[in-house]
Design a protein around this ligand. Sequence first.
Ligand SMILES: [Zn+2]
Length: 553
Amino acid sequence: MRQVQLYDTTLRDGCQGEDVAFTVGDKLRIAERLDEFGVHYIEGGWPGSNPRDADFFEAVRRLTLRGARIAAFGSTRRHGVTCDADQNIRMLLRAQTPVVTVVGRTWDLPVECDLRIPKQANIDIIADTVAYLQARVDEVIFDAEHFFDGYRSAPDYALACVRAAADAGAKLICLCDTRGGSVPGWIAEVTAAAAVAVAAPLGIHCHNDGDLAVANTLAAVQAGAVQVQGTINGVGERCGNGNLCSVIANLQLKLGFACVSPQALAGLQTLSHFVDELANREPDKRQPYVGLSAFAHKGGLHVAAVQRQREIYEHIDPESVGNHQRVLLSDLSGRSNIVYKAREFGVDLDAKGPAVAKLLDELKEMENRGYQFEGAEASFELLMQRVLHGYVRRFRLIGFRVIDEKRVEGELPISEATIMLEGPDGQIEHTAATGNGPVHALDSALRKALTKFFPEIERVTLLDFKVRVLGSERGTGAVVRVLIESGDEHDRWGTVGVSHDLIEASWQALVDSVDYKLYKDIKSAAGTVPRAVLRSGRTAGGRARVAGHGGEG
Ligand SMILES: [Zn+2]
């Protein structure tokens, strides 16, 4: 199995992407994770271009890395200046990294039109810079900018440039598709030609402007490249860089190349999400291999099939990249989805039994009203326990009132919520709270009231709140769906509410959220949900009398 070197440039090229910014602390944490994962080279930044990168290089020297080599990135010296006098080269050396990656021109057009220097002068600059650095650092990598465009325009010149770098001592020549517009056939052809013409090993650095960066990277490896440069999740300038998550998975699982150990590969999803988290980006659900939807099945037929033989709709074993098979609940739900889902919650159901039919009916009816349980699995679990086992929540709403009052023009309104509810032993609790907006006030009042009976509610935090306005095709006005994500020190869970009234929809989701907390604590203490609890609710699910608003959800 041929080994392929991984060269990560998330911390340099990745940061050139719009909306991507890492602090020095973030960069250090990412570097540690990349090293643990088994990346061979970590390009930390461009010390000549920004002071934050210089700080990173200073700090990264104190990290103990298992195997990754840190690289600093910069460009060849300026025309008419010696390397000694070149500020950018000086900064590169000041980074004190074992590896320096230096980028130079290989396309005649920008050499003549942008740099405006003789073509031979550019070759001299490359040779000179590489030789100078080679004498001062462990390893010099030469990034051949625009190589694939240069080769089309003037192949002999492009090859002369990279040969000059190799002859001057560059350990590896990385061919760059800088504009990101090449196609795999061309990448393969040019890489193969370069492999014949240049003695040094080759790498590949692709951008994604034609949505082909991953395919182009694979094509280059198949044509002889031994190093792949890219970023985690493909972040980077314009449309991004080659996405290393997909590159690694494809190389290793599809093409038989070795990149990291199989155990490390099983951490791919975690690594991907970690980098997104630090970049403050919502992970892309549809990202191949590592996205949450990558192995999610919705259609009833598909679900039935993957349960029998997962290969039918899954191109790899999801666990090999740390992902998991998921079965989604939706209006396509069939009996097999429900049986599968119930099993996830530790409930064994007979697909042909009446319980499944009952649950399916209930689910279809709710979906018709606008409920959707993807992302609200806590609400689904409560629903399932309610329909199948008669689960009843241990408190009952008597009523609530929410006031949003604006007293002075130009000042924010004040929100206040009053709530009356009945605790497990029939005590009535009447509480008020204020908040930043009506939903926050309602949430505060609900918790305040419930904490009297259930102190554990205090540990629940509201992590995310999403409102979606659904169409009004039924001619009854728009319906809103509220999705809430809550968490405590152990878990995170999602709940949903639907209504014409935003406050009421929020209320349903909030109630499910705290109810789920109570339910799950009992469940985890007992290992299962005791029958006694399921039947003990004294209100028996009766509809609440609500002042001002519709019934309890
Ligand atoms: Zn790049």
